[in-house]
Design a protein around this ligand. Structure first.
Ligand SMILES: Nc1nc2c(c(=O)[nH]1)N[C@H]1C(S)=C(S)[C@@H](COP(=O)(O)O)O[C@H]1N2
Ligand SMILES: [Mo]
Length: 298
């Protein structure tokens, strides 16, 4: 299959243009010249977090619920060899070897905002490929409407799954149009290095306009279905976590506001900043939800 991604892309090429315009203006010292409010906030949100921040402050409950647990425990997970079963409504179902997948994909970098439902956020320079390319490799059948994902479950390598915090394995789902959207990627690296286990090695979903829990880690199964698949956090607490989970500053979590976020990282950038609709990707994705009540479909 054709490699859609090109190696000559830079982070600038894949970042929404207004953000970079604002950032360039700020860097040029034009902050006072009509750049106010969201412009400045948007520019701020695209300073990448450090490798240290990204790899030591994690949610990966299979390795413990403390933010530091995954960095401590995830080395137990063995990720070679690795296969991803792609099944359901596809033309070519089967067990796809991760190394074979990587040989077919051109991996590129994308700088994405990442916003957790707990109201912290980071900016991560992911390496990966579009999920659409992987799904097209398997051949999506016309009847498919949703994509279900499953994380590996290995109790002997995952000390956290001894506790029934969630109904293991971790599962997630997307509507097919969300899954095929060019912003939706399977990440395989960070800062040009292989993705560390605590961030979901060897491949994890990244959906930048949704709360972090949709970005399921260490994926071993992808199933195309015609019905909406169950998702771990919705099963655990349906009142608090919906299927869509689009970042929306106007819909509060029942126990806290979602209007602002705390950017992880030191110094100047640790302040609370306003959360943007669809995490700042509204121009690209709002159309997917035209006519839907986003309070009901949260
Ligand atoms: N399998 C699995 N995937 C997961 C989680 C998890 O506990 N298990 N946590 C989710 C949550 S709540 C967040 S915020 C992100 C965190 O990703 P990061 O550690 O790379 O920042 O992973 C998501 N994917
Ligand atoms: Mo999260």
């Amino acid at each position: 299959m054709a490699n859609r991604w090109k190696n000559d892309l830079s982070a600038r090429d894949v970042t929404p243009e207004p953000v970079w315009l604002n950032r360039r203006a700020l860097l040029a010292g034009a902050a006072g010249l009509g750049l106010v409010g969201t412009g400045a906030a948007r520019a701020e949100t695209l300073e990448p977090n450090s490798w240290e921040d990204i790899t030591t402050y994690n949610n990966y409950y299979e390795f413990g619920t403390d933010k530091g647990d995954p960095a401590r425990n995830a080395r137990l997970l063995s990720t070679t060899p690795w296969t991803v079963r792609i099944d359901g409504l596809v033309d070519r179902p089967g067990d796809y070897d991760f190394a074979d997948i990587m040989a077919k994909m051109t991996v590129e970098e994308r700088l994405y905002r990442f916003r957790c439902v707990e109201a912290w956020s980071m900016v991560v320079p992911w390496n990966g490929f579009e999920l659409a390319d992987l799904l097209n490799m398997a051949g999506v059948q016309p009847g498919a409407k949703y994509v279900a994902f499953e994380t590996v479950l290995r109790p002997e390598e995952m000390p956290g799954v001894r506790y029934p915090v969630l109904d293991w394995p971790y599962v997630e789902g997307l509507r097919l149009d969300e899954a095929m959207h060019p912003l939706t990627i399977m990440a395989t690296g960070i800062y040009g290095r292989d993705i560390p286990n605590q961030n979901g090695a060897p491949l994890r979903l990244v959906v930048p306009w949704k709360y972090g829990f949709k970005s399921i880690k260490s994926v071993v199964r992808i199933t195309l279905t015609d019905t909406q698949p169950p998702t771990s956090w919705n099963k655990a607490n349906p009142r608090e976590y919906g299927f869509y989970s689009n970042v929306n500053p106007e819909v509060d979590h029942p126990r806290w506001s979602q209007a602002t976020e705390r950017r992880i990282g030191g110094g100047l950038f640790s302040a609370r900043i306003p959360t943007l609709m669809f995490n700042g990707y509204a121009e690209e994705v709002a159309g997917l939800y035209a006519g839907m009540d986003l309070t009901k479909f949260h």
